[in-house]
Write a protein of this length. Structure first.
Length: 405
């Protein structure tokens, strides 16, 4: 089943080009879609039409585009794109390129040059190319979540391997049981080859475009320091984003969602609880199958499994993240500590002991709290109990004694 969603044409071709993008719909998604999707698209289309008229009015000038080997090609400012240059070099490069590097800045392939430029092309073999690819994949996940349950999107960055998206669902969270349905919608978006379209808009327009989403409004009001910022569109998804992105969603040939966790908005424990969904994607389905095979092999060598199977250590919810050592594991642990201490003394070092826990003010001062507080294990004081990490004991203030766990 398909539905008509208006999509702006290629910016470089001027305002006359407008196409209607057919969006394939999965049986598992919301019907009708949340109202904010249609309102957002309509507002984007109005702004895009205005922007295209402005670009069409610009007088193009002859520019020189320098390739990595020093060869120079001619083009026109505000008209010629990196993709057109890649196609002139070879069809293979045009097919495999994910983004370009223009004057040292990672750039959309369909974004026109603005003046003389150096250009190089990024593929999935390049780390920067992978980051663009996984960032675009996060947008596909975000689109699926909006179409599936009307989720309000927060942050969706690429990772060293894969991507995630934080999202808020008013009436609960999204679980791994929902993954198959989200992947089904994502496959529809990929099949449609939805173009990624970049648009620079004013802060006032951003506020109007995202007025339905309190999280985006916080980002706009607190993080956007300039008078304008960019949004990207693919299909019905429009997101506040610096970019760049791949040319269209069809570049992602294989996508899988891997796990979910809960997080707090900007890592603040007193803020809203969000659902974080992780995923991985590749430009070839064979690469995904190989990645999944390697994950299965790694699971067999998981230290948690080995520790349990060999009776070295185990973990318990009463002390998350801290191991309980069995006798054999304790023997290995003590032996390693003795070995390290001998090496210290051998090299002229003396050993000191520092606290295991610190007040959060230390991490705020160092800058860690802002970026990593969501991943830190926090101890909380409440009522008459104060919990210490203390070798298998907890101190109960109400009884004024240590209790063994």
């Amino acid at each position: 089943m398909t539905g008509g969603v208006t999509a702006a044409g290629d910016v470089q071709n001027g305002p006359a080009v407008v196409n209607h993008q057919n969006v394939s719909k999965a049986s598992v998604e919301m019907s009708p879609w949340p109202e904010f999707l249609d309102n957002r698209v309509a507002y984007f289309d109005k702004l895009m039409a205005k922007r295209k008229a402005e670009l069409a009015a610009k007088n193009p000038e002859q520019i020189k585009i320098t390739l990595p080997d020093g060869k120079e090609l001619e083009g026109q400012s505000w008209r010629t794109t990196p993709f057109e240059i890649a196609a002139k070099i070879s069809r293979g490069l045009a097919d495999t390129a994910l983004a370009a590097k223009v004057n040292g800045e990672v750039w959309d392939l369909d974004r026109p040059f603005e003046g003389d430029a150096t250009v190089q092309f990024l593929t999935f073999e390049d780390e920067e190319g992978k980051q663009v690819f996984w960032h675009s994949s996060a947008h596909i996940l975000g689109q699926a979540a909006e179409r599936y349950c009307g989720a309000h999107l927060c942050y969706g960055p690429p990772l060293a391997e894969g991507f995630y998206y934080d999202m808020f669902k008013e009436d609960g969270s999204i679980s791994p049981e929902d993954f198959a349905k989200l992947e089904e919608i994502a496959k529809c978006a990929i099949k449609d080859k939805q173009p990624f379209e970049r648009l620079e808009v004013s802060k006032d327009d951003l506020i109007e475009m995202f007025k339905y989403n309190k999280f985006k409004l916080r980002i706009i009001n607190e993080k956007v320091q300039s008078q304008t910022a960019t949004v990207y569109r693919c299909g019905p998804l429009i997101d506040l984003c610096r970019g760049p992105h791949v040319r269209h969603t069809g570049k992602v040939k294989a996508l899988a969602l891997t796990k979910t966790s809960s997080s707090y908005w900007e890592g603040k424990a007193d803020a809203e609880s969000l659902t974080r969904i992780y995923g991985i994607s590749f430009p070839d389905s064979k690469q995904l199958k190989e990645w999944q095979r390697l994950q299965e092999e790694a699971a067999k060598r998981d230290h948690r499994k080995i520790g349990r199977d060999q009776e070295l250590f185990f973990f318990h919810p009463l002390s998350p993240g801290a191991a309980f050592w069995y006798p054999k594991g304790a023997h290995i642990y003590i032996t390693l500590c003795d070995f390290m201490r001998k090496q210290y003394r051998k090299r002229g070092f003396t050993e000191v002991i520092s606290p295991n826990m610190f007040n959060s003010k230390l991490w705020e001062q160092s800058g860690h709290w802002e970026h990593y507080s969501d991943s830190m294990f926090k101890l909380v004081y409440f009522f008459s109990f104060f919990y210490f990490l203390f070798s298998g004991f907890v101190f109960d203030r109400s009884k004024q004694k240590f209790e063994f766990i």
